[in-house]
Design a protein around this ligand. Structure first.
Ligand code: LLP
Length: 402
């Protein structure tokens, strides 16, 4: 098995496993495809750094002209180092601290996405202290349910995210009277791994209703940010049809002088990565067969946390009888399982497996649980693999302890 002409087996032999490998070509192609799909109107793609915040991956997208969607002071620093222009950075999240606000104001980012009245008051006081105006959009909770895992749905009134429209309108009115606040747009985010464009259409209608209402009060909004969340094919194969997604949005914006902002994370980088892992042992109980690999839930949390079904492939396929087994990791948790009842030719110790769709929310959600150093990351570009993060060492784990 190869990734853009580079043998995955040779990479695993050279760098060890577990190992994240990303394709620069896939990331560039996906970014360009997305930009093309929405290109007939003024638009900006802000990459959600949380999906994969490795500097080299981010730099690739910054070079393509992407903006960034950040959620912390840490991501602000990463975005700067990767080369995203501050005028294309938006700052999301329900719990920004005053220090984080000040840092982002000093850098002159495009907009804060404000999620409550108290946050808006905090932003105003920080802006006043720095004698500057804070550009912001209210993150609206549109009350739209998107069909996805309950842990990653965000746009309903049961969720902590955003502000409902009547309160949002009142916040804009309040801001219009402030010297220190500049309303520049409106934002929402429905959730993640959404494969149906319809909820985006509903949410957009909802936001446009609000835009009309507050423009009547004297606001002049320039950005309409519909968030991220577009789904990719995992093992189930279901995926967002990009052209239908783009059509759903752009159709509704005809004749409106608004820049469309989207904040994809997974869609851009998810399909571009694999996690390589080596088979350690096989075992059986009277009920089940197990194959134990050297990657665990600390390296790739999604299956344990969301029951996510990533594709699994043998790096060097074997011939033989297919069997059914559970693919599990070494962590001391029953949830440390990549697949329940995987059917394939049984691999043998020393075989390499590639866990697919690992470019998004893979390394970025990894931890050192069970004192397991985190994997190395490689970026394949132009037929060559570059180490973009060295494997963590045991020393790294204890270095700051006293
Ligand atoms: N914008 C905002 C405000 C967000 O909260 C998120 C993701 C995104 C954009 C990007 O969403 P994407 O396009 O990547 O779906 N850890 C979960 C996903 C959590 C997403 C949280 N917010 C997973 O592994 O599925």
């Amino acid at each position: 098995m190869q990734l853009d002409g580079v043998s995955l087996k040779s990479l695993a032999r050279k760098h060890g496993t577990p190992l994240y490998v990303y394709s620069a070509k896939t990331i560039r192609e996906r970014y360009r495809r997305l930009v093309r799909a929405v290109s007939w109107r003024d638009s900006l793609v802000c990459y959600a750094l949380k999906a994969n915040s490795n500097r080299a991956v981010c730099a690739l997208l910054a070079d393509e002209g992407a903006g960034a969607d950040i959620v912390s002071g840490g991501e602000l620093i990463r975005a700067g180092r990767a080369g995203f222009h501050p005028s294309k950075i938006v700052f999301s999240g329900v719990g920004k601290t005053r220090d984080e606000m000040a840092a982002a104001l000093r850098r002159k980012i495009l907009a804060f996405h404000v999620e409550s009245g108290e946050e808006l008051a905090a932003l105003e006081s920080v802006a006043k202290r720095l004698k500057t105006r804070a550009p912001f959009s209210i993150r609206v909770n549109p009350g739209v349910k998107a069909d996805t895992h309950h842990h990653i749905t965000t746009g309903t009134v049961e969720n902590k995210f955003g502000v409902e429209a009547p309160e949002a309108a009142a916040l804009y009115e309040r801001a219009l009277r402030s010297r220190w606040l500049a309303p520049v747009g409106v934002q929402c985010h429905l959730g993640s791994q959404i494969v149906d464009p319809a909820p985006y259409g509903k949410a957009l209608d909802h936001l446009l209703g609000l835009v009309d209402r507050i423009e009547g009060k004297g606001a002049n909004l320039r950005y309409l940010d519909i968030g991220g969340g577009m789904g990719i094919p995992y093992a189930s194969g279901k995926t967002m049809n990009l052209e239908r997604f783009a059509g759903t949005l752009t159709r509704r914006l005809v004749g409106r002088p608004l820049t469309l902002v989207i904040e994809p994370g997974r869609w851009l980088v998810g399909p571009a990565g694999v996690l390589l892992t080596e088979v350690l042992y096989r075992k059986k109980t009277t009920a089940r067969r197990f194959v134990v690999v050297d990657a665990g839930m600390n390296d790739l949390l999604r299956p344990a946390l969301y029951g996510a079904a990533h594709t699994i492939a043998a790096v060097t396929p074997r011939r033989g009888r297919r069997v059914r087994f559970d693919l599990v990791g070494p962590v001391c948790e029953t949830a440390d399982r990549f697949v329940h009842g995987l059917e394939m030719v049984e691999p043998e110790p020393g075989d390499l497996l590639a866990i697919g769709e690992a470019g998004a929310y893979g390394f970025s959600m990894s931890s050192t649980y069970n004192s397991r150093p985190r994997p190395a990351e490689l970026l394949v570009d132009g037929g060559r693999a570059r180490l973009i993060r060295r494997r963590e060492r045991l020393d790294d784990l204890v270095r700051d302890e006293r």
